[in-house]
Design a protein around this ligand. Structure first.
Ligand code: AFP
Length: 339
């Protein structure tokens, strides 16, 4: 079906549902509930300076009310809305140690994992932050789900995406199966997400690379050699790439998705307590990998494994991540698997 600009996300979800006669409407319902949570978070992010909810919790706002930190707020909003949506049986959040049950009587057939506010160290300085989400079909039988429902490979996701709270609020999602990656921009005057980026394809060649260069002295040789290669002049004697690093994965990823780029958070010798880097498989790497692949890009570890094939062992498992444009990730793979 041709993608039309200007349609609402609810309409787009309904259209996609109709293309799958086996669909029951539950995934559409789940995504619609998530979208409501995103609108609430977006409104709060936009008001954060005025409401006094930047910085630490324990503050009071201008009305003298107790306020929560923005990442607590996002986490609670998602949990509160989704526990009673009726479409999921269990949740996992980057902010919570264990699994999060849903309300009795509201168990559904999906699971939801989310990073409520990725890039939280950027909250206080008006830099884009975002919510990342990942949906699987449950495996267990019965009412409440369990850990095994959440510990599924990324390749088994049925939907994934993110909402960026930036210069505008943008929702990007995919339901896989070649249905594409679609971006919607929130029009705050009417409270609706409208299709603004139909069928996103990541440029095959990158203009940007994103990595925390301050860690370069801790890098392994493969990372150093690859980044050195990216910095070399191209055949015309010109600089080929620019460096962009926001420090908010969702924002770095989104820019690279639209403009073409590669993002790396590899292992390094600095983080002895984090031998696999900083980023989380279930809440960050796997959902973005699904978006990247569906948009024509790639996502691998720094030893060349496909992110979507990794079997999670732990809710908060970390994973080295190389993600973005096909050509650059393929080149990275050559460096990282040289042996
Ligand atoms: P925060 O939520 O603590 O800001 O961490 C964000 C993040 O997980 C990811 O969004 C960034 O890409 C990455 O950390 C930045 O980490 P470094 O500061 O180590 O580069």
């Amino acid at each position: 079906m041709p993608k039309r600009k200007g349609i609402t996300v609810s309409r787009q979800l309904m259209d996609s549902q109709q293309m799958h006669p086996e669909a029951t409407g539950e995934l559409t319902g789940l995504l619609n509930e998530l979208i409501v949570a995103a609108k609430i978070i977006s409104a709060e992010v936009n008001m954060a300076g005025l409401a006094g909810i930047l910085g630490q919790s324990g503050k009071t706002n201008v009305q003298g009310e107790e306020v929560q930190k923005l990442d607590d707020f996002a986490n609670r909003t998602l949990k509160r809305r989704m526990e009673q949506c009726g479409y999921i049986c269990i949740m996992g959040s980057e902010e919570d140690d264990g699994v999060i049950p849903v309300l009795d009587g509201y168990e559904g057939k999906y699971t939801l994992a989310f990073d409520p506010l990725d890039g939280s160290s950027n909250i206080d300085v008006n830099v884009s932050i975002g919510t990342i989400f990942s949906v699987h079909r449950r495996k267990s039988e019965g009412k409440q789900g369990n850990m095994s429902d959440l510990l599924q490979k990324g390749s088994e996701q049925v939907a994934a995406g993110y909402i960026i709270y930036g210069s505008s609020t943008v929702l990007v999602y995919t339901t896989g199966h070649g249905d594409g990656v679609h971006g919607f921009t929130l029009d705050p005057s009417v409270g609706e997400f409208f299709l603004s980026h139909p069928d996103i394809k990541i440029p095959e060649q990158a203009k940007y690379y994103s990595i925390n260069e301050a860690y370069s002295r801790y890098w392994y040789d493969e990372t150093r050699d690859y980044i050195k290669k990216l910095k070399e002049m191209d055949e015309q004697g010109e600089r080929s790439y620019s460096l962009r690093y926001i420090g908010s994965l969702v924002s770095d990823f989104h820019r690279n998705l639209i403009k073409g780029g590669v993002f790396l958070y590899p292992r390094d010798k600095k983080s002895t307590d984090k031998p696999d880097g900083k980023l989380r498989l279930l809440y960050e790497a796997a959902p973005l990998a699904m978006v990247a692949e569906e948009a024509g890009g790639l996502a691998i570890t720094d030893d060349g494994r496909r992110i979507l094939d990794i079997e999670p062992k732990d809710l908060h498992q970390r994973v080295p991540l190389v993600i973005g444009s096909r050509d650059e990730v393929s080149l990275a793979k050559e460096y990282f698997t040289k042996g």
